[in-house]
Design a protein around this ligand. Structure first.
Ligand code: 13P
Ligand code: SF4
Length: 309
């Protein structure tokens, strides 16, 4: 046995250790669709922001190991304050979420007192606490349409805000935030990809710029894209989002051929989690994400309203 353990590759030993710690602590591993392959493979569930938020709220576990970025783990902690929420990669943040502060949002609310505030889930807990309702890329249009107000303060993603405004008569006022991964994809990238793969359909994430969204056949959240590719009769697709999603698509529908719209679409923050960090995190029950009482309570209202929509 000792000999077998010694000759077992390091990654296999790590996986065994993680499974043991998971069982001992009644833990579940949730991973975003952009995570690296080994993390997606060990996860109990892989999904987009909305699916992960729902899982975090409903999973019967004492510990949630969140393989993603900080706002996702915060959302899980807000929804399940009784659970231990771990973020194995402590430094994994979403730069877009830090592009608006609660103070800046309060100033905006004073200027437009009749407007409703919709915050993208990619925000801090403090910003969620200042918002009427939260949204993700898969339900942003539905969330905005569910509101009575005609004026909407939409934070922080200007591209998602502009995309939503295509589907409503409401006056959407987007904040000037953006995702550095999606915002750098250009119409030129789309033209080049079409030239290289003329039979492929183009799918893009709504965090892309309006001129890129205009050129796509389908706009969807990460899991929306996976579902679309798997159900389509077409064979080839160009995928306009972070390239980690290609592993998930290959796994779910191996007969389809997918090309990245831009090979530069890499979210470094989403790549910080690995098996070693997951194992250490389960061993030490840290880094733990907690949200202070009053902020957590107000943020929960905004997230719960979204889940109810
Ligand atoms: P999804 O909710 O579509 O998975 O998007 C999350 C995200 O951070 C996109 O950059
Ligand atoms: Fe944030 Fe963009 Fe990374 Fe998503 S891909 S976590 S929006 S920086």
């Amino acid at each position: 046995m000792a000999y077998k353990e010694k000759t077992m590759p390091h990654s296999e030993r790590l996986k065994e250790r993680i499974q043991k710690l998971k069982a001992e602590n009644n833990a579940v591993i949730l991973a975003h669709n952009y995570q690296i392959e080994e993390v997606q493979e060990i996860a109990d569930f892989t999904g987009d922001s909305l699916e992960l938020a729902r899982k975090a709220a409903n999973y019967d576990a004492d510990v949630i190991v969140f393989c993603g970025v900080d706002f996702m783990a915060e959302t899980a902690a807000i929804l399940s304050p009784e659970k231990t929420v771990l973020l194995p990669a402590e430094q994994a943040n979403c730069p877009m979420a830090d592009m608006i502060t609660a103070g800046e949002l309060r100033v905006l609310k004073q200027r437009f007192p009749d407007a409703a505030v919709v915050c993208y889930v990619n925000t801090t807990a403090e910003v969620k606490a200042e918002s009427d309702i939260c949204c993700t890329s898969s339900n942003a249009v539905k969330v905005v349409q569910s509101l009575d107000a005609d004026q909407i303060i939409f934070v922080p993603d200007r591209n998602l805000g502009n995309y939503v405004s295509l589907f409503t008569d409401k006056n959407i006022m987007p904040w000037e935030g953006f995702c550095f991964v999606h915002d750098r994809i250009t119409p030129d990238d789309v033209n080049k990809a079409r030239e290289l793969h003329p039979d492929a359909e183009i799918l893009v994430h709504p965090e892309c710029r309006a001129e890129v969204v205009d050129m796509a056949e389908k706009v969807a959240s990460t899991s929306g894209m996976i579902e679309y590719v798997c159900q389509s009769r077409k064979q080839e697709f160009i995928i306009g989002t972070e390239i980690g999603i290609l592993h998930r698509i290959k796994k779910d529908c191996p007969d389809k051929i997918c090309y990245p719209l831009s090979s530069h679409a890499i979210c470094t923050n989403m790549k910080m989690t690995d098996l070693t960090k997951i194992c250490n995190s389960l061993q030490k029950m840290s880094p733990r994400i907690t949200i202070p009482g009053e902020i957590g309570d107000r943020a929960r209202l905004a997230i719960q309203r979204m889940l109810d929509v």
